[in-house]
Design a binder for this molecule. Structure first.
Ligand code: CMP
Length: 143
């Protein structure tokens, strides 16, 4: 199976509630490796750029305001089948529909303040990683 990388964001509601360690622990526990991570505060312009595909959605203004309401933790995760594995760990976007044991089922407050974000495919992952990290910042595992 292919070794992939994916972008993970712990959103403002997760950082505010001191869930950084708990969430990263779940990723590591599932065999994903953190190859880069940083805490940052998005500007409105950055949040709008990151979520550009949702620009026409009715929730866009609210989403970008929320994403700038406090710091986030962005990480690059690496592992076998990392994109899908990460999405399975997160659970469905809407916590009301998320499976038992997923991050969103356990922690998300609602469909918007849903604690985590993850890339939804390999092209998106490449773009989203490039949005936050320079290549030299990714410390990939060897072998
Ligand atoms: P995420 O996986 O980061 O991708 C887009 C985000 O928009 C999503 O998680 C939620 O935070 C938010 N979102 C998606 N659908 C809705 C909705 N119907 N109402 C409000 N926010 C939403």
């Amino acid at each position: 199976m292919a070794i992939e990388t994916t972008l993970s964001i712990i959103k403002p509601d997760g950082v505010k509630r001191n869930l950084i360690g708990e969430i990263l622990k779940r990723f590591e526990g599932a065999g994903l490796r953190v190859v880069a991570t940083k805490k940052t505060a998005l500007t409105l312009q950055e949040a709008e750029g990151f979520y550009n595909v949702h620009r026409e959605r009715p929730f866009f203004a609210s989403l970008t305001q929320y994403m700038t309401s406090g710091p986030v933790v962005v990480s690059v995760l690496e592992g076998e089948n990392a994109i899908l594995k990460h999405r399975e760990l997160m659970g469905a976007t809407n916590p009301a529909q998320a499976a038992e044991g997923t991050i969103r089922k356990d922690f998300a407050l609602n469909i918007e303040e849903n604690t985590v974000h993850g890339s939804d495919g390999s092209e998106t992952a490449k773009d989203e990683i490039g949005f936050f990290f320079a290549g030299a910042e990714l410390i990939r595992s060897r072998g």
